[in-house]
Design a protein around this ligand. Structure first.
Ligand SMILES: N[C@@H](CCC(=O)N[C@@H](CS)C(=O)NCC(=O)O)C(=O)O
Length: 281
């Protein structure tokens, strides 16, 4: 049951439900006149429509994200692999929206808001939560040894790779400006490209030893690495000729249906290279 304030004159109480697999919203409600001031019919209809839309959107799973954020991309891949419907909400973190800070005081993306209103901040926490809440289509590996290795690699890519590569390239070129922290630093960019070569060598080595990065099964390790590389690829920072095994592994991940939405991303002012969307690049 939700109560909407329809302005100075009326409140509307709605009993209903909505989900985004089958959008239904029962606007079974009643109006409570707060004052004896008349409200014009058109105004009332407009406010009811807004209230209905609010009721529907509140009940959908929403991921607050930025399209070039690898952490957001990782969660999008996991949600899609687990076949969990969700809506994307662009969050310009640099605007420091108070409502957003209430949900995620770190002011970073992503943040997931579940259909029941549960707010989950931080991509690592979100992925662990999704694995526990929706164990179908497991993404952390099967055996204990595999699960340890998958977690080690997730920490590797979201920690070491993110610091040594993503922050030096995407961070310097895009986030720094948006966050009002000045211009890209040439030294950081050079370090980023040099580190990327080493990391691609390591990914290629893993891909040659194993079916997938974490072992025999496709896992969060693959999606974490692919999330970082896909964001860098979008801004033309990846030279795939550096490591052919890395390229072959990436093209296998890129063919997953869960990847389609990432390939359709658009970012104002950034034109991805032609191979970004090419599944046989
Ligand atoms: N540990 C966080 C890191 C998220 C993160 O750093 N997101 C970046 C975008 S890729 C961000 O929101 N940066 C904004 C800022 O640093 O103020 C997570 O895994 O969600």
């Amino acid at each position: 049951m939700t109560q909407f304030d329809l302005g100075a004159n009326h409140a509307l109480t709605i009993f209903g439900w909505a989900d985004n697999r089958d959008v239904r919203c029962a606007l079974i409600g009643y109006m409570v006149p707060k004052k004896r001031t008349p409200m014009c019919k058109n105004d009332l209809i407009r406010r009811l429509a807004h209230a209905g839309r609010d009721a529907i959107s509140r009940a959908m799973r929403v991921l607050h994200h930025l399209p070039l954020s690898p952490f957001s991309r990782k969660v999008r891949l996991v949600l899609a692999e687990k076949k969990l419907p969700f809506e994307l909400q662009l969050e310009k973190v640099w605007e420091r929206r108070p409502d957003y800070l209430d949900m995620n005081p770190a002011a970073t993306v992503p943040t997931l808001v579940e259909e029941n209103g549960l707010v989950i901040a931080d991509s690592g926490v979100i992925c662990e939560y999704l694995e526990e809440a929706y164990p179908e289509h497991p993404l952390l590996g099967r055996t204990l040894a595999e699960r340890v290795e998958v977690r080690r690699l997730v920490a590797w890519f979201d920690g070491k790779f993110a610091q040594e590569v993503t922050a030096n390239l995407l961070g310097e070129k895009f986030m720094k400006r948006l966050l009002g922290r000045g211009n890209p630093d040439g030294g950081a960019l050079r370090a980023g490209y040099a580190n990327l070569r080493h990391h691609m060598g390591y990914i290629g080595w893993l891909a040659e030893q194993r079916t997938w990065l974490g072992g025999d099964t496709l896992s969060l390790a693959d999606f974490t690495a692919a999330a970082h590389l896909s964001a860098l690829d979008f801004v033309s920072d990846v030279d795939w000729s550096i490591s052919l095994p890395t390229r072959d592994w990436y093209s296998r991940v890129k063919c997953r249906p869960s990847f389609r939405a990432l390939l359709a991303d658009r970012v104002p002012g950034v034109i991805p290279p032609a191979h970004y969307v090419d599944l046989d690049f």
